[in-house]
Write a protein that binds this ligand. Structure first.
Ligand code: ADP
Ligand code: TMP
Length: 237
């Protein structure tokens, strides 16, 4: 596999073409942003942790029947993935009230939800990633109803699988964000993509409720690097 042109420079990752038109190389950076890009910083070692943790989670999901874009790890900060036609949605699944839901529902952080809650944000930097519902998604052709149904089914399965894996490591899965894309080199099947890491999940220690994720950066709590390393240690050592 030969690394080709830079296709996309994101906030946390860079995406490169390869000599295979169906494959992309994702490079995980240490850069971190929050508050819709208003806050910038660097979390040393984050890229390495997120690459390793994402590979770990994608492999665990594959073993349980959930297909993703992940092909293989090719370096400390790099993974090879299937090139997908990305669906411009961020799919958030919540088990416990935290983050933006605190103000929206007027409930204290840490309140358990009776059922997992699915939310959609429209991936649009210009609009500031506004929240959508499935009617908006269909009305403006972001995805079809069949795709939305598939995404919800997979997102809830991912939730169940990750919750169990994390619980065994004394971590509660509070909420997380997924992205999906269409496998246009095949039959257009919707596959799980992007990453699964402390950048896009909320992880709390089961006993102490210590935060082991990017909220430590978002909320200037300190111990950010240590939290990422602790998650890697718990999951993979
Ligand atoms: P952002 O776009 O929010 O700055 P990143 O820094 O994480 O995000 O950049 C990674 C980009 O790569 C995202 O836009 C994501 O949608 C996209 N992406 C993730 N997986 C794939 C894939 N398999 N094929 C094509 N694009 C992908
Ligand atoms: P929120 O509580 O800020 O809406 O975030 C919900 C979850 O989604 C949380 O795990 C963080 C993740 N997330 C992202 O990965 N990217 C984003 O741009 C946002 C807003 C949230």
């Amino acid at each position: 596999m030969v690394k080709g042109n830079l296709l996309y420079e994101g906030k946390a990752k860079s995406v490169y073409e390869t000599d295979d038109p169906g494959l992309l190389l994702v490079y995980f950076k240490d850069d971190a942003t929050a508050a819709n890009g208003a806050k910038h910083g660097v979390i040393p070692g984050k890229g390495v942790v997120n690459n390793k943790l994402s590979a770990f989670f994608f492999k665990q999901l594959k073993d349980r029947g959930i297909k993703s874009h992940f092909v293989e790890t090719v370096g400390e900060r790099e993974m090879l993935v299937k090139r997908l036609d990305m669906i411009k949605l961020e799919i958030v699944v919540r088990n416990i009230v935290a983050g933006s839901l605190v103000g929206r529902l007027g409930l204290p952080e840490g309140t358990p939800l009776n059922v997992p809650v699915i939310e959609y944000d429209y991936k649009s930097d210009e609009l500031g990633d506004p929240m959508l519902n499935r009617w908006h998604i269909m009305a403006i052709d972001v995805a079809t109803i069949d795709e939305v149904n598939r995404i919800e089914h997979v997102a809830l399965s991912v939730n169940t699988i990750l919750r169990d894996i994390l619980r065994a490591k004394n971590v509660d899965l509070i909420d997380f964000k997924l992205e999906f894309g269409r496998d246009v080199s095949g039959d257009g099947e919707v596959l799980l993509a992007d990453e699964i890491s402390p950048d896009n999940c909320r992880f709390w220690d089961v006993v102490t409720h210590e935060k082991l994720d990017k909220d430590r950066f978002r909320n200037d709590m300190g111990g950010v690097e240590e939290a990422y390393q602790e998650m890697l240690r718990r999951l993979t050592l």
